[in-house]
Design a protein around this ligand. Structure first.
Ligand SMILES: Cc1cc2nc3c(=O)[nH]c(=O)nc-3n(C[C@H](O)[C@H](O)[C@H](O)COP(=O)(O)OP(=O)(O)OC[C@H]3O[C@@H](n4cnc5c(N)ncnc54)[C@H](O)[C@@H]3O)c2cc1C
Length: 553
């Protein structure tokens, strides 16, 4: 019935066939939730009509809602819904401008204006043509789109030096709960004052949100997690600094719960032409903290890791893996011969660290690599390998980038179970944190891989499980409780970049405390009083219900 009514009011397509509903029942998370209808809005006018339609229906149908979706590669269940899915990739997929700083005053580097449904892979081709890069691309760069990256505040292998997506979003266009489109950008005091004086929904948002932040200013600033990266909760701490009021900071990372993004203005950087990598093979974790604190001051552009299980799987499935992901699997397999030999002679390393430097000068990169190698050799007994160019480093990046995909595609009969997939502690705490974490994981007898951004203290743990098995599924909530208790004891965050979604949202109260959570609730009410946008994410997450909707295969 809803589908029929939607067809009457919108120009884009409305689909309810089984195949479409099945496809949109999944993302890359643990869950499977079938939507009632999938729609492909044609333009902003379509979106406005849809929002107004849902708003008018709410009183009669309290469960009706809108969940935005781009690439659908989310690992938390955030784009899943049993109501209406809005797919942005079919029509909102235009790159409107890619330009340089001359066109945009006060910005170093370039800029781009895009619609949210543009896939990152297509966007990068265009920005590189102009000599620019959005450096916050995630490992899912081939399957994710820009709207998803913004809504999740994604990060990736270059975040250590370049920051996260939030640092590159300069302006947003969004449709809010009143069905109107608004521009969000940093405002100075007098611009804020003007907004607050408006007698409109927009004016009310600025008045109430500014009031909320002013009233709880110290509390909010104190609540900001003291770790290098965080995507948990609403990013209230960066909205207002006494001089500038910037709603983009709140919208980025809000997982489609405050409104719909229709346009993004990004700043871009000039990629550095030269890079080189030092690969560090650790037999155990006994010196991890010292190694991390030795490496970080050298200011690498990336400091990544993967563990023995990732390595083991890459070796075990090497042919299928290389065939699946590499254009020339023979060449890649050949490139790994020294590593095969090393494993044969010395056994598998517990952790492999990838330290990459990039710069405009090749000499600078080589010098940095040499200095770091010297320092590490003088202090630690570690096995090192130098990959002094991007071409030589490619094979290591291959394992790191494809580690999650490797699991998803190759391990038969088992499913990847992302529920503790994005932990963050201070990097120097990893050495103490990891053995405690291993104790918990081993207690549940999980087979898991660890890969991540060691320089940011951000690790991705992906257990492999038989989700059809009731006793296996029952482990998930218990293990999550224990792992998140541990993370919070270390003052960490449960998500550095993947965000909260269905899987983690229920722990926000524990992470931030009752008061901050109640501010999050107020934020949601200010923007979305009828609970139209992606309900049950960020606020009011029902974990028991979500876990009952877990996929079985
Ligand atoms: C193999 C693999 C590796 C990954 N590696 C990383 C990584 O390195 N770093 C990282 O950060 N993440 C990673 N992820 C998670 C995920 O890919 C990223 O968060 C990605 O940016 C999501 O983009 P998407 O287009 O797929 O978003 P979707 O899954 O479609 O949606 C994500 C969220 O954005 C919201 N949204 C989408 N469009 C809009 C819109 N127009 N307006 C408002 N809200 C919207 C959705 O409602 C949802 O809440 C990985 C996932 C996989 C499967």
């Amino acid at each position: 019935v809803i589908a029929e009514e939607l067809k009457k009011i919108m120009e884009g397509e409305v689909e309810t066939d089984e195949e479409t509903l099945k496809k949109y029942s999944r993302d890359a998370s643990l869950f499977e939730i079938k939507p009632e209808v999938v729609v492909y809005p044609k333009d902003t006018e379509d979106l406005k009509r849809i929002v107004r339609f849902v708003s008018a229906k709410k009183a009669l149908l309290p469960e009706i809602s809108l969940s935005a979706r781009c690439g659908g590669s989310d690992m938390t269940g955030a784009p899943l819904t049993d109501s209406i899915v809005l797919d942005f990739t079919r029509h909102f997929n235009h790159i409107k401008e890619v330009g340089d700083k001359l066109a945009l005053e006060g910005m170093s580097g370039g800029y781009a204006v895009v619609e949210p449904g543009v896939f990152y892979r297509d966007f990068e081709k265009e920005t590189l043509k102009k000599g620019y890069l959005l450096p916050t691309f995630p490992a899912s760069r081939e399957i994710c789109a820009l709207g998803g990256m913004v809504a999740n505040n994604s990060g990736g292998e270059k975040t250590l030096i370049y920051g996260k997506t939030i640092d590159y979003v300069k302006e947003l266009k969004v449709i809010l709960a009143d069905g109107e489109e608004y521009e969000l950008k940093p405002l100075n005091k007098s611009e804020l004052q003007e907004k607050k004086q408006q007698n409109s929904f927009e004016g009310e948002i600025y008045r109430r949100l500014h009031g909320l932040i002013e009233k709880n200013y110290e509390l909010i600033k104190k609540a900001k997690p003291n770790v290098p990266k965080n995507s948990a909760g609403y990013n209230l701490w960066d909205v207002w600094n006494g001089e500038t009021f910037d709603l983009t900071k709140l919208f980025v990372g809000s997982q489609g719960t405050l409104g719909l993004i229709t346009e993004i203005k990004f700043s871009l950087v000039k990629p550095k032409p030269y890079s080189g990598m030092l690969v560090v093979f650790l037999k155990d974790l006994s010196h991890l903290a010292e190694i991390v604190t030795t490496v970080v001051p050298f200011r690498p552009s990336s400091f990544e890791s993967f563990d023995d299980n990732t390595f083991r799987l890459a070796l075990k499935f090497w042919w299928g893996f290389f065939k699946l992901f590499a254009q020339n699997p023979f060449k890649l397999a050949f490139a790994f011969l020294p590593e095969f030999l090393m494993v044969f002679l010395h056994g598998l390393p517990k952790l492999v660290l990838l330290v990459e430097f990039e710069d405009d000068s090749e000499e600078f990169v080589l010098e940095k690599l040499k200095e770091l190698r010297k320092e590490l050799i003088s202090k630690f007994k570690v096995h090192l390998r130098l990959a002094p160019s991007a071409a030589k480093a490619k094979k290591y990046w291959f394992i790191r980038r494809e580690s999650f995909n490797l699991l998803r595609k190759r391990v038969k009969g088992l499913q990847t179970a992302p529920f503790i997939d994005d932990l963050v502690v201070k990097p120097e705490a990893l050495q103490e944190f990891l053995p405690k974490l291993y104790t918990i994981l081993n207690k549940y007898n999980f087979f898991y891989t660890i890969a991540g951004h060691v320089g940011d203290g951000n690790i991705h743990i992906i257990p492999l499980m038989k989700l059809a098995d009731e006793s296996e599924r029952a482990k998930i909530k218990k293990a999550m409780d224990e792992v998140y208790d541990l993370v919070f004891k270390f003052g960490g965050s449960m998500t550095g970049e993947h965000n909260d979604g269905l899987i983690r949202g229920a722990y926000l109260k524990q992470m931030y405390g009752e008061k901050i959570y109640s501010l999050f609730e107020e934020v949601k009410k200010i923007f979305d009083p009828q609970n139209i946008f992606n309900p049950g994410k960020k606020i009011g997450v029902d974990l028991a219900r979500a876990l009952s909707q877990m996929k079985r295969s």
